[in-house]
Design a protein around this ligand. Sequence first.
Ligand SMILES: Nc1ncnc2c1ncn2[C@@H]1O[C@H](COP(=O)(O)OP(=O)(O)O)[C@@H](O)[C@H]1O
Ligand SMILES: [Mg+2]
Length: 249
Amino acid sequence: MKKVILEGIGLCKSFPSGGELFRSLDAIIYDGDFTVVMGPSGAGKSTLLYVLSGMDSVTSGTVKYRGQPISGLSEKRMAELRAKEFGFVFQQTHLVGNLTLFENVAVAGYLAGKEPPKAVQIQTEKLLRQMGVGGAGDRLPSQVSGGEAQRAAIARAMIGVPGILFADEPTGALNRQNSQEVLNLLTGLNQRGQSILMVTHDMRAAARGNRILYLEDGEILDQLDLPPYEKASRERDERVSGWLSSLQW
Ligand SMILES: Nc1ncnc2c1ncn2[C@@H]1O[C@H](COP(=O)(O)OP(=O)(O)O)[C@@H](O)[C@H]1O
Ligand SMILES: [Mg+2]
């Protein structure tokens, strides 16, 4: 039996301007899963990710992380939880431009409360190596390729040993080759037990997940369950694309 890691119950979100996005949305994310959220632009994918990770608020409803409600936490407790339990990867790397890749990752480790410094440094080196950018630790983000910068951003997201890794269009700004490499890294992390919740527009990226949620107009219309990803297969891609076209994606 899989454990629930993250749960949204009866989520409603309306905007001061009068718009409404979620109307009693329920979402369950399981520990160890690679969960993907797909759907058209403006469907609310990013907002769902931010609401579930406590970066954005709901008008009503509850978000639970490992069974504990996080919706009512103070900003301070929420920031602590985000730093210690949640990792984030975005379309843009948001690396600090005047810090090296190594420093970007190590600083995130300190912020997540990891210690002692020596252990953080060793872990930083290990993660950068694991992400295939071990040789680029002393370079600035501007001195490496977009793919390398994104791999360093994944190392930064992992240094706090997050319970769940959130990724919003992590391959959205990358070419095919770099996308592939980033997806391979995420898949590898998941195979070693890392829970991942990823938003994507890309069918091939979605096929990495073992569960795909389809969101439209702030509602989860359907979901597709797949066996855990092992390698690229035409059959898997066709299942995903067939399912998406049945939803008129
Ligand atoms: N401040 C706001 N006021 C009104 N509507 C908003 C606001 N912010 C976001 N929205 C609406 O929420 C919807 C979802 O946005 P988003 O989560 O970014 O979608 P996605 O990531 O699926 O493209 C959009 O259609 C947008 O119109
Ligand atoms: Mg988005």
